[in-house]
Design a protein around this ligand. Structure first.
Ligand code: OGA
Ligand code: MN
Length: 289
């Protein structure tokens, strides 16, 4: 296995390993590289959906999607192609919903327990654009100036699905009950990583405002903080080829998808590792075997 660090403060490219059925020793090397680099890209893996899910389970329990039942395991599809193989127009809900991914975010941070890891596989990629970018919130925390550090110290932000999905059309996808199951939640603005002990800044598109502060002004400040954090050497970009796999750590990384020509297909498969909380209601209760 070869691990090539990127030029950014996060990210590495891993080659000479087959993720379908990896040995325990290889998994341990991958996990420790993941803790160090926070994002790993494995080019040319071409995993089947089963192998994609099996690799995901190595990192913990699966997280269920918003429209899935508690026991239903599966991959999510990020696709602008409909059942008949046609590219859906940009104004349709399926395309609009995914447009939210173009803003920096941490997956599922609007849930009481956010996601641990996300694993994305490229199936069909456009000729240009459609890259994914990741930003290092550990390095961002380390680079904060003293006044900002003391402003965020000990505070929580309110993360809200209703807030972050209102503008581009994620709300019509869910029933009233499903929306009620996603009430606004508070998450600390500074997170300590359970494996590395490093502090990181926890912001992104689902963060509406700072708990207990003026909504409009603290919202503006969080937006500015996110924009500042996701800059320069803290950002790593991957241009996809079919078969590539990426895994990132939502506990210390923000990510976003870049636009591409809307008449071109882009099909990605996504799995999610549930946050490590024994009572995580979003973790899939899987039966043995
Ligand atoms: C995701 C996501 C961005 C992309 O899968 O969670 O935000 O580039 N993807 O598809
Ligand atoms: Mn995402």
């Amino acid at each position: 296995m070869h691990i090539q660090p990127s030029n950014a403060t996060l990210g590495a490219t891993v080659t000479n390993v087959d993720l379908a059925g990896i040995a325990d020793a290889d998994f341990e090397a991958i996990e420790s590289a993941w803790h160090r680099f926070a994002v790993l890209v494995f080019p040319g893996q071409h995993l089947s959906d089963e192998d994609h899910l099996a690799f995901t389970r190595r990192f913990g329990r699966l997280e269920r999607g918003l429209k899935r039942r508690r026991t239903e395991a599966g991959l999510g599809r990020l696709s602008n192609v409909d059942r008949n193989g046609h590219v859906v127009p940009g104004e349709q809900l399926q395309a609009r919903f995914q447009r939210g991914n173009r803003d920096w975010h941490s997956d599922s941070s609007y849930k009481r327990v956010g996601a641990k890891a996300s694993i994305l596989a490229a199936h069909v990629v456009p000729d240009e654009g459609g890259e994914t970018e990741w930003a290092d919130m550990r390095a961002a925390y380390d680079a904060l100036d003293a006044p900002t550090k003391s402003w965020i110290e000990g505070k929580t932000a309110v993360h809200s699905y209703r807030f972050s999905h209102a503008w581009h059309g994620g709300l019509e996808l869910l029933s009233g009950q499903e929306l009620d199951d996603l009430p606004p939640v508070g998450h600390p603005l500074v997170r300590i990583h359970p494996a590395t002990g490093r502090s990181s800044l926890f912001v992104g598109r689902h963060a509406s405002h700072v708990t207990g502060e003026d909504i409009e002004s603290s919202r503006l400040r969080l937006r500015e903080l996110t924009a500042w954090a996701c800059r320069g050497r803290r950002v790593w970009r991957h241009r996809w080829q079919p078969g590539d796999i990426a895994i990132w750590d939502n506990r210390c990384v923000l990510h976003r998808g870049r636009p591409w020509p809307e008449n071109q297909p882009r099909v990605m498969a996504r799995s999610t590792v549930a946050g490590e909380d024994p009572d995580n209601e979003w973790a899939i209760a899987e039966t043995a075997g």
